[in-house]
Design a protein around this ligand. Structure first.
Ligand code: SAM
Length: 202
């Protein structure tokens, strides 16, 4: 697991979704980028599992591929050069987890960035693909052009989900600037999650 303490949005998303990943399970990395999240997931599902990793940039997938070879877990990963908004064209089975690490490729072109429109379409597909008890982890960056709008669109979609069907949390860094990232985690009710909130906890 990526570790930088509670100051790291990526660490928090890994921490909160890992419990839902099963050895041998199927998961999605919606934004492969430099491959860190893909490797994290590939290690969690193991050699019998499957990670579908999407990115619109060939450069990102090449970097991810090289990282996977180095870490010895390339065999359980399918790299897909397509937008995550089309994930349901490529994945037709229920998945344990979908991870989104939004924004631009670190070290790459800042204009090639995720957007409110495609991210919300991808989230809608991810919600359908998620198995009961599965989780979606989203790290949203707000400091670049379009980032705040994307964050608001994700929060709007997440807050509209029926609380009997989904648990949704949002983590913010309350002592940092308003440009700090936000972590949103969505859990589909079911298997790991049979308990309903009592009246005083609604
Ligand atoms: C912050 S980076 C991801 C970091 C990555 N998860 C890692 O561990 O290194 C965001 C990535 O999203 C990709 N991206 C932008 N729009 C996309 C889309 N519609 N579908 C899939 N990936 C997209 C960018 O090319 C970029 O590589």
């Amino acid at each position: 697991m990526f570790y930088n303490g509670l100051g790291s949005a990526v660490y928090l998303s890994h921490l909160l979704i890992s419990e839902a990943v099963r050895w041998g399970g199927t998961v999605i990395d919606a934004t492969a980028g430099n491959g860190n999240d893909t490797i994290f997931l590939a290690k969690l599902v193991g050699p019998e599992g499957r990670v579908f990793a999407f990115d619109t940039q060939e450069k990102a997938l090449q970097e991810t591929s090289a990282m996977l070879e180095k870490s010895g877990c390339a065999a359980q990963v399918t790299l897909i050069n397509a937008g995550h908004e089309d994930m349901d064209n490529y994945v037709q089975v229920a998945v344990d987890v979908v991870i989104f690490n939004l924004g631009y490729l670190p070290g790459g072109d800042h204009n090639l960035v995720t957007s409110a429109e495609t991210t919300t379409r991808a989230l809608s597909s991810a919600l359908k693909l998620l198995r009961p008890g599965g989780r979606i982890g989203i790290v949203v960056y707000t400091g670049h052009p379009g980032g705040r709008e994307e964050c608001e669109a994700v929060e709007l979609l997440a807050s509209s989900l029926d609380s009997m069907l989904f648990n949704v949390i949002s983590l913010t860094f309350v002592n940092r600037s308003s440009r700090a990232p936000v972590v949103i985690v969505i859990e589909k009710a079911g298997a790991l999650n049979e308990s309903k909130p009592s009246a005083q906890n609604t």
